[in-house]
Design a protein around this ligand. Structure first.
Ligand code: ADP
Length: 551
């Protein structure tokens, strides 16, 4: 601990304790020592231990990594599901001054190889299920000196590669290790965007940004996390640090439940019930599977109370279904470049007097900023637009957990000190932000914009619709017109023609008439991105020559 003073004596006289990721784990181990961390393995067995066990093993890992003579700030990567060993790597790597680089295994192998080489990862920890991927990657990734398998040694299969075993790697250490006192601005972890266009880009988080994001996202009007919670992050630890939950849960002393690789509706439902989970988090597509399973088997939740949904817009129908099961949906918006959470939809005291419908409308938006983040909407000339709930423009943000530059990029990512998010939004007079589109998904018809998200939200409310994507189709007169692409629920009753007719009627009175899609098409499966979002780019390619009916 350092006592700061300046030559003029203007500093406050408070301890200068840097905000370090190691303080999260040491505080949790000291003040929430019995707090449980539960992990489900790919084989289905359950592993349980405490925050004290977690810290001991994270320290052992830090000791073994020290022996590899890596420089401070070297990148140590993971290709792993949500589980206790992955958590140990989060803390052991960042805590010891290295950078924990979480890689999304759902990307194409050449994209992963690009990311590993771009980051110059020196060590890669991986789950057994990725062994064949590792065998493909190894010849393409000369920067990697050690491939370490996250499995008990007795289960590690033969491989043509020289692999280390995680348990053996840490076994020789005693855990007598002091977390180093780092500068809080030091890099702590690295996550690449999915790169739907062009190569993925890295967001390099710092200890300070991570700890501040943890405090802020735990606040009552954020996720309202507490030591009463049992939190199951379904959002992967390879996707923006599982939205910060592996840190914020330990900050408040909540228990953690990790689902491993099984993310189907049945597995998640059963784990929520058996581990008495109170709060979970994930993208809408994951929850569609859970709700479908519950409906088919007429199931209910016992302890599950809140679900954080983000990553793409949560359809209002999903919120209503969760409400019928007694679960509150917390709709949040964010992105990799924002650590990720920027806004959360919450009511305020003055909203209490509004009607239920008005309240629902507020909660369906992407929400208010959490303290620390600032946002504005701008026009094409970067001029700020009013917060009147009508004007919409490019959404810009700034704050201590927003990037100012992509990893190894030469130029700044900012425009006049603000980060342009690539989203189009409006903000109402009470500060509630609503995303109308990602700028590349916008549909421009006759010079006016149509919100694809609004159309998808309405279509998803039809009981036979599993997923709805609205995309732009070139049009000779209007430039672009909306086409609605539908994936039906597995147990659907209606024919394509019947459902199409119902859907087109369904929009009446809900949106301006000219927003109504010109046509509805049906696909077996809507393609998803590596982070479980609808891959509209692929759909636009698939339907690029589609002839809309002349109306
Ligand atoms: P990727 O999916 O490309 O890896 P991110 O997870 O960082 O990257 O995605 C961020 C984007 O996801 C945002 O810019 C926004 O377009 C979209 N998004 C995130 N949350 C929401 C939400 N609640 N509603 C609508 N869009 C959202």
């Amino acid at each position: 601990m350092v006592h700061s003073t300046d030559s003029k004596g203007n500093f406050g006289q408070m301890m200068d304790c840097p905000m370090l990721i190691s303080t999260i784990i040491s505080s949790a181990a000291r003040h929430h020592p019995q707090c449980q961390i539960v992990s489900k393995s790919g084989e289905g067995d359950i592993h349980r231990y405490s925050t004290q066990d977690l810290q001991l093993r994270a320290k052992k890992l830090a000791q073994s990594l020290q022996k590899l003579n890596l420089q401070q700030g070297s990148r140590v990567a993971t290709l792993a599901w949500n589980g206790y060993r992955h958590l140990e790597i989060y803390y052991g790597v960042s805590g010891s001054g290295l950078v924990c680089h979480t890689i999304n295994p759902r990307l194409f192998s050449d994209q992963i190889a690009y990311i590993i080489q771009h980051a110059q990862d020196e060590v890669v920890f991986f789950d057994m299920s990725f062994l064949s991927l590792i065998e493909t990657l190894a010849p393409l990734c000369p920067s990697v000196k050690y491939w370490v398998c996250l499995i008990h040694p007795s289960h590690q299969p033969q491989s043509s590669l020289t692999l280390l075993n995680y348990e053996e790697f840490i076994a020789a250490e005693n855990g007598q290790y002091e977390w180093p006192l780092l500068d809080e601005r030091s890099a702590s972890s690295l996550c690449y965007t999915s790169g739907t266009t062009g190569n993925p880009k890295g967001a390099l988080y710092s200890h300070r940004s991570t700890v501040m994001h943890s405090y802020a996202t735990a606040l009552p009007d954020s996720l309202c996390l507490s030591a009463m919670d049992i939190i199951m992050p379904v959002v992967p630890m390879f996707h923006v640090n599982a939205w910060g939950l592996p840190y914020s849960a330990l900050v408040v002393g909540a228990q953690l439940v990790f689902p491993g690789s099984k993310l189907d509706g049945q597995s998640l439902y059963e784990l929520i019930e058996s581990e008495k989970v109170t709060l979970s988090a994930g993208v809408p597509t994951v929850w569609a599977g859970v709700l479908q399973h519950m409906k088919t088997h007429d199931l209910r939740f016992t302890n599950f109370k809140r679900v954080l949904i983000g990553g793409s817009a949560c359809p209002p129908a999903m919120m209503q279904t969760f409400a019928q099961y007694g679960v509150e949906v917390i709709h949040a918006w964010g992105m990799t470049e924002l650590s990720p959470i920027g806004t959360v939809a919450r009511l305020r005291a003055t909203d209490v007097y509004k009607t239920a419908v008005e309240q629902e409308k507020i909660l369906q938006k992407q929400g208010r900023v959490i303290f620390g983040v600032d946002m504005k909407i701008v026009d094409d000339q970067h001029q700020e637009l009013p917060h009147d709930g009508v004007a919409f423009g490019d959404l810009y943000v700034r704050g201590p957990w927003v990037i100012d530059q992509y990893y190894k990029a030469l130029d700044h990512a900012l425009v006049g000190g603000w980060f342009p998010t690539g989203d189009v939004a409006n903000i109402d007079a009470e500060g509630n932000m609503q995303i109308t589109d990602r700028s590349k998904d916008v549909i421009k018809s006759g010079g006016e914009w149509i919100s694809s998200i609004d159309i998808e939200n309405i279509a998803s409310g039809h009981p036979e619709v599993m997923m709805a994507a609205c995309i732009a189709i070139a049009h000779p007169k209007w430039d672009e017109r909306p086409l609605l692409v539908i994936e039906k629920k597995p147990n659907h009753q209606l024919s394509d023609q019947e459902l199409k007719a119902q859907l087109l009627k369904y929009f009446e009175g809900k949106i301006a008439k000219w927003w109504t899609p010109d046509d509805v098409v049906f696909v077996e499966k809507i393609p998803l991105t590596a982070t479980g979002k609808m891959q509209k780019l692929k759909l636009r390619e698939q339907f690029k020559d589609y002839q809309l009916p002349t109306i």
